[in-house]
Ligand binder design. Sequence first.
Ligand code: PLP
Length: 329
Amino acid sequence: MPLSSFARVQLAHLPTPLEPLTRLSQMLGGPRIYIKRDDCTGLAGGGNKTRKLEFLMGDALEKACDFILTAGGLQSNHARQTAAAAAKLGLDCELFLESVPGTPSSDYDRNGNLLLDRLLGAGVQRCPGDGSLLTRMEARAEELRREGRTPYVVPVGGSSGIGALGYADCALELIKQCQAQELEPDHIWMATGSGGTQAGLLAGLALAQSKVPLTGINVSATEEVQKAKLRPVLAETFGLLGLALPDLDDVICDENFYLPGYGIPNEGTLEAIRLLAVSEAILLDPVYSGKAMAGLIARIREGAFSSRDTVVFLHSGGAAALFAYETLL
Ligand SMILES: Cc1ncc(COP(=O)(O)O)c(C=O)c1O
């Protein structure tokens, strides 16, 4: 089915800007770096999930759902944007949020995204990090059904085929902007977690028959585990759009920058956050975009690009979480 035939609600400020990072490019002596500002999607702090939620909420409204549930880590940007989408559409919302081992304790469990979740009117169910999150959320959905409500369970990270359509659309938007700015990107660079953003971008690039390589920097997993997560989302997304599925061997999920683990920034992440702040006044985040940028900086320093190359970095948002990491920054 064509992208335009899927239900969609307008939540994001689109198109997001595509801008040069001139000072950063000069400082690194590397390729021309452009940034796609999906941190500026506009919905209560913005970020990549807003694009996915345009399609997910479209689906929820089409199914006459009146209660939105989702799950994630305590500082989930996805949960915050879902709470915001529900508030904007006048729907009830409950978030199932679990502790993340190894994250800083003082602000992590009350500030940042968690503060915003509450402000946005979402109910917050705090769960232990024991793998029971999805079972608890499903049990709550069942309870709501018995009470006569119509719940809509948004998958973790918004990463279903429907959610990923938001990033197929983003790829088309980006290609149009590149044409308008007479840019021919040699590479697109991004953070990959639950996989929907990467799956959607790959689908959009395939729709446009673009061969630009896309590097996903894993934020939480080895290449093998990441590809196992990506496989079903990719299949669903390409299936919805009637596209031929790419070979997973051709998909890049770089495992070299995520350690020590999900939600825990390493030295490279912290350096990237500081460098982007002082050179470009861009606020990266400690969990996703900071790790992705650390990967790009490392590859530039290794000489992976020439100064004539053009790299587009997708800023997927997440700066609200900075306030939960004060002790590390
Ligand atoms: C700021 C930010 N960047 C990137 C991602 C990763 O996107 P995906 O889960 O679609 O791989 C997330 C997911 O929560 C995020 O919050």
